[in-house]
Design a protein around this ligand. Structure first.
Ligand code: AMP
Ligand code: ZN
Ligand code: FE
Ligand code: FE
Length: 284
């Protein structure tokens, strides 16, 4: 059984439509794939409608959270799975996160313009095409206009990196609150890529402990941004705290070079998450 529990579509900042993501998942030899777009469940319906025979979909989302870690604001991405989409409290929080992304993207475009970068708000809107706007959308416009050579270059401190010249913070919810909201909506939570050092979003052990106390279900240990030493360290923490260990590609389509299935979750870990969630996954 090949299981990948983290993938994005054009419903957020992935490059491929949800139907294409599930087809590519099947083509990559996966038996299970989770659709985890940033702060939205909008891709679920299309993904379910296009589900190839033999592939199981775990409906999910990657919720933007921020925690005060000893006086420093640290972004934490919370993977949420198998929750009731219509749960009013969770739906309201996701709505708020999406609205704020739009305001924040406008701020970043203004900052870029002040820095002399050739980018128009309309181009960013067209690139996002109705999806919650993320920095990758702005980065793609910067590449298209020739301001930078690659998307990664756009994430340098000169431009959109955390704390960079053209970066603006986004509204985010407390990760412990995400755990509670998702639990109340019948779902389970897994902290995403907590050791992604080069992207400046290492989540401290203290924060992981406090999330575990709040009812966090699992930790994404096998992630393309985690080096072997990081994985080993995180695996030990997860074992200590009784967290389910997952592995996932965090595929964004072309944005990450089509890597569905490059990291996987063990069937036992997957079963454990299913047992903790109220809703079953979806099969064709
Ligand atoms: P945002 O959610 O708008 O803050 O944008 C962050 C997203 O940009 C992450 O989810 C990543 O998928 C993507 N991204 C791509 N390249 C980078 C990078 N070099 N550093 C940080 N984020 C990146
Ligand atoms: Zn993303
Ligand atoms: Fe993430
Ligand atoms: Fe992601």
């Amino acid at each position: 059984m090949r299981i990948d529990l983290h993938a994005h579509s054009s419903a957020s900042d992935g490059t491929q439509p949800p139907a294409d993501v599930v087809c590519r998942a099947a083509a990559a030899g996966l038996d299970v794939v989770a659709l985890t777009d940033h702060d939205t469940t909008d891709g679920w319906v299309e993904a379910i409608g296009a589900l190839p025979a033999g592939l199981t979909l775990v409906p999910g989302a990657e919720v933007s959270a921020v925690v005060d870690d000893g006086g420093r604001a640290v972004g934490v991405h919370m993977l949420a799975y198998l929750f009731h989409e219509g749960d009013p409290a969770l739906a309201a929080e996701l709505h708020r996160l999406r609205n704020d992304r739009s305001d924040r993207a406008r701020q970043m475009v203004t900052l870029l313009q002040e820095l002399g970068a050739p980018v128009e708000w309309e181009q960013v809107l067209a690139e996002a095409n109705g999806a919650p706007i993320g920095r990758p959308h702005i980065a793609r416009v910067l590449v298209a206009t020739g301001a930078v050579a690659t998307e990664d270059d756009a994430f340098m401190p000169d431009w959109l990196a955390d704390g960079g010249r053209a970066w603006a913070p986004k509204h985010a919810v407390e990760p412990r609150h995400v755990v509670a909201l998702v639990r109340a909506a019948g779902g389970v939570t897994v902290v995403a890529h907590p050791g992604a050092r080069e992207r400046g979003r290492v989540v401290s052990d203290a924060v992981i402990e406090s999330l575990a106390e709040a009812g966090l279900d699992g930790m994404e240990v096998d992630h393309p941004d985690h080096d072997p030493a990081t994985r080993q360290r995180l695996r030990a923490i997860a074992a200590d705290l009784g967290l389910v260990v997952t592995g996932s590609s965090d595929d964004h389509g072309e944005g990450t070079g089509h890597r569905l299935g490059c990291e996987t979750t063990s069937p036992a870990a997957y079963q454990e998450l299913l047992e903790r969630a109220q809703l079953p996954p979806v099969s064709a």
